[in-house]
Design a protein around this ligand. Structure first.
Ligand code: ATP
Ligand code: MG
Length: 447
């Protein structure tokens, strides 16, 4: 390509509301993901991966026609090659259930599943609310008892503990069963009709389609009206109440504090009985970091054999931001060894030594430059230092002639005294560095 052509190209930008995860953020995401994986393993959960694109109908059926997501947040399109109506997944449960039914995963008993990945919702981008965001989700499929509702809540608490998050609280409610919601709905609509003059557009729209969602309103002018509305919990029968009390008993026995919020409804249609949210006050308006509950009707509604189920999903971006907010960001770790070299033979030897160090399990970065020339030792040592490496291995003409390398410790023990540079026979470099690392660890232990 000629010089002029490169100059003429205008750089493109990413899609609004869809973020890049930059290398500086990677340690944070890694920390979250590895804590999540070990927590999920500790509870016997197995991973499932489903495609990012599904038939639009899956979400319409699975999430419900009168939910925010299906009404206005879905990225839907027609496949121009075959005319299929497809949607970028806005959440994970519908697809996990679809896959479970399609592959008959419940044939030999209930399943505990988890997933992680990007979700897409066409919302107004703001802090904690993006158009592509990431969720970690867990679904316990085929279990009916309140013990599993409680277990999935304990899982979240364990993850917060592992991550060091303390500023999160649990809110709990029960949505009962369909017939109980129907009785409540009748009373609720009557009550809401009395406030026609103050209801906002959203609430008017939901009055007859999804009146429970009206109670979920964030509009300050409607708070008093919502607070005094008939409470679903007063319409629950014995069985629903027993289930709810069962969940609460287990949480109390495990020292998990919670608050019952009679107005907690969740945005998706498929929930029954237990619903919950984990909320923090540290993130402004978008303070819900996880939400979930029981959705017993869903599997049958999607065409599977009836089976109870519950689960949760958490918003990873919000959790990452909370980790930052609480200063729990992990120290970024550099590599173990940086290879400094000058001359063609030295370059070759450096690459061979690097491979042997990697065979021994060490992380090694080879010095390389935009112009393909290695540059002065001084400039290379600057790079070595900036890389965060614990050691530099230095190879030049003298070392090639003598069959040696120089090893310089850049961090730890004796660096304060100017660091130590040692001439080491080339074939002993792996052993030397590993010994030095062991000494370093033992030295730390003695302190
Ligand atoms: P909200 O009330 O904030 O819109 P929701 O009820 O739509 O949340 P869920 O569908 O329950 O959210 O998703 C579970 C979690 O995923 C939320 O608690 C939140 O942490 C996260 N989440 C949802 N939508 C977004 C988004 N647009 N951007 C970032 N995170 C999100
Ligand atoms: Mg939402």
């Amino acid at each position: 390509m000629s010089e002029d052509k490169t100059k003429a190209v205008k750089a493109l930008q990413g899609v609004k509301g869809m973020n890049d995860m930059l290398p500086t953020d990677a340690p944070l995401w890694d920390m979250f993901e590895s804590a999540a994986r070990s927590m999920l393993r500790a509870y016997g959960y197995q991973q499932i991966r489903t495609p990012i694109v599904e038939h639009t109908q899956l979400f319409v059926r699975g999430i419900g026609e009168v939910t925010d997501i299906v009404e206005k947040e879905m990225y839907s399109f027609t496949d121009s090659l075959n005319g299929e109506n497809l949607t970028l997944r806005p959440e994970g449960t519908a697809a996990a259930v679809r896959s479970t039914i399609e592959h008959n995963l419940l044939y030999d008993g209930p399943k505990r599943l988890w997933y992680i990945g990007p979700m897409f919702r066409h919302e107004r981008p703001q802090r904690g609310r993006y158009r592509q965001f990431h969720q970690l989700g867990a679904e316990a499929l085929g279990f009916a008892g309140p013990d599993v509702d409680a277990e999935i809540i304990l899982m979240c608490q364990r993850l917060w503990d592992d991550l060091g998050l303390t500023n999160v609280r649990l809110e709990l409610n029960s949505l009962g069963q369909a017939h109980e919601r129907a009785a409540h709905r009748e009373q609720l609509i009557k009550y809401l009709e009395g406030f026609q003059d103050i209801l906002d557009e959203d609430s008017k729209r939901r009055l007859y389609t999804n009146p429970l969602r009206v109670l979920d309103t964030k509009n300050p002018a409607l708070q008093e009206m919502a607070a005094n509305a008939p409470k679903l919990i007063d319409f629950l029968g014995e069985e629903s109440l027993a289930h709810f009390e069962g969940v609460q008993r287990i949480l109390l026995a495990n020292n998990i504090p919670f608050k019952i919020n009679p107005r907690l409804v969740r945005g998706l249609d498929y929930y029954n009985l237990t619903v919950f949210e984990w909320i923090t006050d540290k993130l402004g308006a978008q303070g819900t970091i996880a939400g979930g509950g029981r959705y017993d009707p869903l599997i049958q509604q999607m065409g599977g054999k009836p089976a109870p189920a519950c689960g949760w999903a958490m918003g990873i971006e919000r959790i990452i931001e909370l980790i930052r907010e609480e200063n729990l960001v992990p120290d970024t770790q550099g590599c173990d060894v940086y290879m400094v070299h000058q001359g063609e033979l030295a370059n070759q030897q450096a690459m061979i030594a690097a491979e042997r160090l990697r065979d021994a399990g060490l992380d090694v970065v080879l010095h390389a430059t935009p112009d393909g020339k290695s540059g002065s030792f001084k400039s290379q040592m600057k790079r070595a230092d900036a890389s965060g490496a614990s050691f530099a291995v230095i190879i030049g003409d003298d070392e090639i002639a003598a069959g040696t390398v120089q090893v310089k410790q850049l961090r730890g023990g004796n660096v304060a005294e100017g660091g130590q540079q040692t001439t080491v026979p080339a074939e002993q470099v792996v052993e030397f560095i590993i010994d030095a690392m062991v000494d370093e660890i033992e030295g730390d232990d003695e302190q």
